[in-house]
Write a protein that binds this ligand. Structure first.
Ligand code: NAD
Length: 458
């Protein structure tokens, strides 16, 4: 008899098994693609207003189950409860926002001689979304909601460690009335279910979020079929603090700019660059702020930082830094994947911890001399996802944001993600953009049609 491979989902705060789910095989993916293709034909033929109405109902289902989804995310991913509620709300909001897009997705009429020229935006077909474990719900929705709104079917493969909220979202979609097969969730291993989606001739596009290494391999596989691809990969984002900034405010905002989600955030500001003339003052303020971060039970409303996702991730972080090094806070002992908030001083800017994505609660602080030096250090990375610039000088804010090669910059704040605005990376942080007003067009082909106004040729 064929053994069914199962995925154990662990609570990262306790190491208890929360659930066990079957892992999809290549045959399961084949069958899902066939179902999705059938559902997509009907979905694309439906009136945009009807698609929009169903997506709004899906959003309402998510809203009705927001607390349940948030609690599930706390259990399977160790997210602090406040963040988990925001994440479920982000899914709801993005479904609503994308629903509006379904009714507004239009081509252009371009003036040409001899006839009428129009462009039509057509759905791609079946889209595969491969999601990571760091933000299981929002990242799944960023690919899924606009793809559905633009008339596609979606097969979502969640990360091995975090399939539960994705599976619940699929149930809520059916409860909202979305056609069977239109949005399917297939938990499974990257090398099996993920890879089959990538190589499948019936899948028109892949949206991948995860490590840069796997992203590069997926890009190479997609090349074989010229398959459409969006990549959201790693980051090593700078947090640049100039001497003319409100240095206290910048220092107090620093801990959660890289400790949110225990640092498992591709936008984490893990390279803190501080102008030398205010470096000591900055450290004096940041030290107690890091030492007092509340780390512990993620279901407690007062907790600011929970555990890492897995033993593998904990080992990966420990390979870069020993707990207790540098300026550091505390973490619980005993079961669970805990690592204390850490800020390393006196680090060689070329060392692995200062250049590689650690994906844990670890940042480095490096002094700089002047604006040119800050820009040089900020850009000394293969990544280009996010960054923050702290200054009171408007001219400097504009000059530095023009010079830093990254897709998402914020001045005097650490914000990166808003569903109204585009998100994505320069350089090896990714390819293409998600979210924002153009999100739906990434799930369409543009067809140009010319209609001659001349009579038939004689
Ligand atoms: P990963 O890239 O291996 O996994 C991300 C997703 O891709 C998962 O769903 C996984 O099953 C799938 N996948 C893996 N191999 C695949 C393949 N060959 N074909 C298709 N799909 C495949 O990430 P990871 O191993 O879980 O994490 C490792 C590191 O990646 C982290 O330490 C971090 O640095 C980085 N990471 C970045 C992000 C991000 O948001 N940019 C997210 C997760 C992890």
């Amino acid at each position: 008899m064929l053994e069914v491979l199962k995925l154990d989902v662990l609570n990262p705060a306790t190491e208890d098994i929360v659930a066990t789910v079957p892992a999809a095989t290549a045959q399961d993916v084949d069958a899902a693609v066939a179902r999705a293709a059938r559902a997509q034909e009907q979905w694309a033929a439906a009136a945009p207003a009807d698609r929009a109405r169903l997506l709004r109902r899906f959003a309402a289902q998510v809203d009705d189950h927001l607390e349940e989804l948030a609690r599930l995310e706390v259990r399977e991913a160790g997210h602090v409860i406040g963040n988990a509620r925001w994440e479920a709300g982000n899914v709801r909001d993005l479904l609503d926002y994308s629903a509006g897009g379904a009714e507004r997705l239009s081509g252009r009429q371009i003036p040409v001689p001899g006839g009428l020229n129009v462009t039509v935006l057509e759905p791609l077909g079946v889209v595969g979304v491969i999601a990571p474990w760091n933000f299981p719900m929002p990242i799944a929705a960023w690919g899924t909601a606009p793809a559905l709104a633009a008339g596609n079917a979606v097969i979502l493969k969640p990360a091995e460690t975090t399939p539960l909220t994705a599976l619940r979202l699929a149930e809520l979609a059916l409860a909202a009335g979305l056609p069977e097969g239109l949005f399917q969730v297939l938990p499974g291993e990257g090398a099996v279910a993920g890879n089959t989606l990538v190589e499948h001739p019936g899948v028109a596009k892949i949206v991948f979020t995860g490590s840069t290494g796997v992203g590069k391999r997926i890009m190479a596989s997609c090349a074989d079929r010229v398959k459409r691809l969006t990549l959201e990969l790693g980051g090593k984002s700078p947090n640049i603090v100039f001497a003319d900034a409100d240095v206290e405010a910048a220092a107090l905002a620093t801990p959660m700019s890289y400790l949110d989600n225990s640092g498992q955030d591709c936008c984490a500001r893990t390279r803190v660059l501080v102008q030398r003339s205010v470096y000591d003052r900055f450290l004096e303020t940041v030290r107690p702020a890091i030492e007092s971060v509340v780390v512990g039970d993620p279901s407690d409303e007062k907790t600011q930082m929970g555990p890492l996702i897995s033993r593998t991730q904990l080992d990966r972080v420990r390979a870069y830094v020993t707990p207790g090094e540098g300026i550091h806070g505390t973490a619980p002992e005993g079961p669970g994947f805990w690592f204390p908030p850490t800020l390393l001083t006196d680090v060689d800017p070329r060392s692995p911890v200062a250049t590689e994505e650690v994906f844990g609660p670890v940042a480095v602080v490096i002094p700089f001399e002047d604006e040119a030096d800050a820009i040089r250090l900020a850009n000394a990375t293969e990544y280009g996802l996010s960054g923050s610039i702290w200054t009171r000088d408007v001219g400097r804010a504009l000059r530095v944001s023009a010079a830093v090669k990254a897709g998402n910059l914020s001045v005097n704040s650490h914000s990166s993600v808003r569903y109204w605005t585009p998100f994505g990376g320069y350089k090896q942080s990714g390819l293409g953009r998600e979210l924002g007003p153009d999100a739906l067009t990434a799930f369409t082909e543009t067809k140009n049609v010319f209609i001659s106004t001349e009579g038939p040729a004689q």
